[in-house]
Design a binder for this molecule. Sequence first.
Ligand code: FNR
Length: 220
Amino acid sequence: MEKQLKNTGRGQTSFLVFSASLRKGSLNTKLAKLAVKVIEKNGGTVDFADMAEFDCPTFNQDLEIDNYHPDGAEALRKKILANDAFIISSPEYNGSMPGYLKNVIDWTSRFRPQPFHQHHALLMSASPSMAGGNRGLWALRVPFEHLGTRVYPDMFSLATAHEAFKEDGTLKNETLAKRFEDNLIAFMNLVEASKHYPCIKKAWVEFLGEKPAKETERVE
Ligand code: FNR
């Protein structure tokens, strides 16, 4: 019997969705927009954002005077906190994530409380290559997991993305379209359960065996 993944609509959940590409005509923006359609079809609420809103000057610790945070980091912080989970569709640059994406993650990680902690995330990518930018997502998992984000185990990478979309923005390949929808619904169900069944454990601390001390406390 086929596994029943459909979102039951038990409780409302909201998702920040953005493409981590700055360019017009981005394949990742197409994939992010398709995610919006699928989430809304399955009863979720979407806050769609543009990467340009989050772009920051190159991180320099010397700029952190009088609690300074760039506008881009403040915008990302607000949107992370205003939604139950976030979804990023990110290009792969040289087997990793784009530099400006890591830059805004670094800036945003400087707020206290640290905004990524305990938030659910789903990562996806699109690329003309045969691997669909998947290596970039493994790189992107590292800072998020370090910051205590609950990164969903299943990631979606769209290979040969320049040929994958129909005119209406859906995927030409039906099997792939179903996998994409199933991946999103499974993530939505987890977020819904985590939000509405608070007995589910939320705290996540990277414990490296150091002696407990203020300087090495990773919860923040
Ligand atoms: C790329 N591209 C790329 N693709 C890939 O699959 N693996 C990679 O390592 C790289 N590396 C890379 C580096 C740089 C600097 C650029 C500009 C591009 C190609 C990339 O996937 C392609 O341009 C995508 O279309 C970019 O995503 P958007 O902008 O279409 O969303």
